[in-house]
Ligand binder design. Structure first.
Ligand SMILES: Nc1ncnc2c1ncn2[C@@H]1O[C@H](COP(=O)(O)OP(=O)(O)OP(=O)(O)O)[C@@H](O)[C@H]1O
Ligand SMILES: [Mg+2]
Length: 367
């Protein structure tokens, strides 16, 4: 067991500090928090507290990594992220619109044109939220946007062309970034869930990504209602698992023994967990303690923050990235208004482009 850096302890909330100095806390830190780019998978049926467990993980990881939360579940699920001591940066496709109301602090908004702009829109000293769920009129376009994002992420990591994304006080090489994907089956469903070609493509792209990005310091933390709801290649690449109440994993013996332990062993089955509890099982199938889950807080923690959050709202403009406003179409901008002469105008695609050759002749290039 390694010691814990006092500078790190200094950054923690009091309750976190007490936990990380305990045996189970040290185990969690050593085999998850401090393991470079260790992916984590949160499993539990609806209402089991998955989103809450992701909030908890974000609140731990924000001290050492940049948080990048892909908003995909219920609208209000992102609100607790505003109370974690870091400013929030909302990244959204340019022609859509999102606004947070009722929050007294500053919120940064970063519109992006293409998925590749996202890597430059992420702010290292913020909690970054990608708001794409309501940004497209056609679901296929949303999936295409995300497919391209994951494609560029894995290609950019492989070619080492992505910008480094790490907290300002991180002096190591490479990125340190946690990418949260709640209710991940909308993007990476298992075969049982869908055979829609776009989703299958998204799944392939993200699977490829999950295997590539670890080396470059990117960590993926998806959640899903059932272990098999996400594609096998992805779940096989999720070494750390967080089991919520009623989580069932039949396929993997190392996890099944935590979900449905043999009665003689005296461990608590997941069916007897509470909603505020979960068990972290590391890549070797070990938990600490092994016999029971641990409680975690609900966010925001402070009563004053809960009251502020109750008055907050997320407003989505009825504008969509795949329906850009007409004035943004360049052809329309440069086509002059000709009034009653418009019938005589030669449409641009039929006009002849004249160029002057270096011998002084006019060359007519019809196309
Ligand atoms: N740590 C906690 N402490 C107290 N209550 C909690 C905690 N975690 C979850 N809950 C309660 O359980 C409810 C459901 O939690 P959460 O939304 O995280 O579950 P979920 O699995 O993400 O559900 P869904 O499938 O609907 O998205 C919360 O609204 C909250 O009331
Ligand atoms: Mg949820």
């Amino acid at each position: 067991m390694r010691g814990i850096n006092p500078a790190y302890l200094g950054k923690l909330e009091d309750s976190q500090k007490a936990f990380v100095l305990s045996g189970p806390g040290k185990f969690f830190a050593d085999t998850f928090l401090f393991m470079p780019a260790e992916h984590g998978y949160v499993i539990g049926p609806t209402g089991s507290g998955k989103t809450n467990k992701l909030h908890n993980l974000a609140n731990w990881l924000r001290h050492t990594e940049v948080i990048f939360w892909i908003s995909a579940s219920k609208d209000r699920d992102i609100l607790p992220l505003f109370f974690m001591g870091l400013p929030v940066n909302i990244i959204y496709p340019k022609y859509s619109g999102v606004e947070i109301t009722g929050f007294p602090g500053v919120v940064a908004y970063s519109p992006v044109n293409d998925p590749s702009d996202i890597f430059y829109a992420i702010k290292p000293d913020h909690i970054n939220i990608l708001e794409v769920r309501n940004a497209f009129w056609h679901e296929d376009n949303l999936l295409d946007f995300m497919i391209q994002f994951f494609h560029e992420l894995s290609e950019g990591c492989r070619r080492e062309t992505l910008p480094r994304i790490a907290p300002p006080d991180c002096h190591q090489r490479g990125s340190k970034i946690s990418m949260f994907l709640d209710e991940s089956q909308w993007l990476i469903p298992g075969l049982k869930v869908t055979n829609n070609p776009k989703r299958v493509k998204a799944r392939e792209e993200i699977a490829d990504c999950a295997t590539q990005i670890r080396t470059y310091g990117w960590r993926l933390i998806p959640s899903s209602q059932g272990f098999t709801n996400v594609a096998p290649i992805i779940r096989e690449n999720m070494p750390a698992v967080f089991l919520c109440v009623n989580a069932q994993v039949d396929d993997v013996p190392a996890l099944r023994k935590h979900c449905e332990p043999h009665p003689a062993i005296g461990w608590k089955p997941t069916s007897r967990y509470k909603r505020n509890e979960y068990k972290f099982v590391n890549r070797f199938g070990v938990a600490s303690p092994n016999d029971r889950p641990l409680p975690v807080p609900l966010y925001p923690k402070k009563q004053g923050d809960k009251e502020i959050m109750a008055g907050m709202n997320i407003k989505y403009a009825r504008r969509y990235h795949d329906q850009p406003p007409e004035e943004s179409e360049p052809e329309e901008e440069c086509f002059p208004e000709l009034g009653r002469f418009s019938a005589m105008a030669i449409p641009p695609e039929k006009s002849e482009v004249q160029t002057i050759s270096r011998f002084g002749q006019v060359i007519t290039d019809g196309y």
